[in-house]
Design a protein around this ligand. Structure first.
Ligand code: SAM
Length: 305
């Protein structure tokens, strides 16, 4: 119990007496390996509803709740939206409760609950991942989450992901939080970004002449910046936006002697970006298809030299 208290963060510690009275603390999972204990504290139903709304869960989704408690997030996603998915929890009592709740809700054909360590769970099928853990656990999970399919949506109750800033967040009043003690709840939302950092090359005809674009992107999570060389001249990339695999950016560069605004959008798929570019200048308006390939060979040669 003492160890549990020392890893617990201040927001939780303010309501520890209420939790202890409700008998919730003693049911928390014990630490797995060097991972901190995460006590069982259920997410209020209004917060569950907001989490699923933020992730825009639909019947096409496969949702995984990490540390699923009594299964309320997975069960609500199935009952309300027809989503499929599963939850994992270390505590067998929670797994029993979750299975009972799934039966009561009539969603056993859509959901399952496994007694399993969340750090040893394959997350690759997920389109949505939900969690109500602890800040340190979120940070331990972060590298694994960043390796998921670009576009996978993540929602966390109360705890953020350090310097990986959320794409959206909301603070709401949760009257029935902490067994009725009440309090605010924060909900954080992220979309796993594609990996775009590095060098890319694209070539397509503009006014009948082939133009070569050499992009260099820097990336921190979903934040992207960079430059592009057009006919050997470097230009800064503006307004870069990356959401999952969808990338958009613009720049103005000289083409055939006149400035042309370039607005690119495309979808990143491994080492290839495919999309459209809108070009507009005093002597030119065009919409073209573009493909960029990762400049792997050039990078490899540089690395050897
Ligand atoms: C704060 S509760 C959240 C329960 C539920 N997701 C909700 O929001 O209502 C955290 C849950 O994570 C479980 N847990 C803690 N560490 C875990 C681990 N390493 N693997 C799986 N479950 C874990 C605990 O047993 C507890 O039920």
């Amino acid at each position: 119990m003492q160890r549990l208290l020392t890893v617990f963060i201040p927001a939780f510690t303010r309501v520890l007496p209420a939790l202890a009275c409700a008998g919730l603390l003693v049911t928390g999972a014990s630490a797995a390996g060097d991972q901190p204990s995460v006590p069982y504290v259920p997410t209020p139903q209004a917060v569950v509803d907001r989490m699923l709304a933020m992730a825009k869960v639909t019947a096409q989704d496969y949702l995984i709740d990490l540390g699923s408690g009594d299964g309320r997030i997975v069960v609500t996603a199935a009952k309300k939206f027809g989503a499929r998915g599963f939850g994992v929890d270390l505590n067998p009592v929670r797994i029993d409760e979750a299975n009972t709740n799934a039966r009561k809700a009539g969603v056993t054909d859509k959901v399952a609950f496994y007694q399993r360590n969340l750090f040893e769970t394959d997350l690759s099928d997920a389109t949505v991942i939900t969690m109500y853990l602890l800040p340190r656990v979120n940070l331990q999970l972060r590298p694994k989450l960043l390796e998921l399919k670009p576009g996978t949506r993540l929602v966390s109750h109360d705890f953020d992901m350090g310097d990986w800033k959320p794409d959206a967040s909301v603070r709401m009043d949760a009257g029935d939080k902490f067994s009725g003690a009440g309090g605010d709840s924060d909900v954080y939302f992220w979309v796993v970004p594609a990996k775009v950092a590095g060098n890319w090359r694209s070539q397509f005809p503009v006014s009948g002449k082939p133009q070569t674009y050499e992009f260099q992107f820097e990336q921190q999570y979903q934040m992207v910046s960079g430059s592009v060389q057009v006919n050997g001249r470097p230009v800064k990339i503006l307004d870069a936006k990356l959401r999952g695999a969808e990338l958009a950016f613009s720049f103005t560069a000289e083409v055939n002697g006149t400035p042309v605004k370039h607005e690119f959008s495309g979808r990143v798929d491994g080492g290839r970006i495919t999309g459209q570019a809108a070009l507009s200048g005093s002597r030119l308006t065009a919409r073209v298809e573009w493909i960029a390939e990762r400049a792997v060979r050039a990078a490899g040669l540089e690395a050897r030299n």
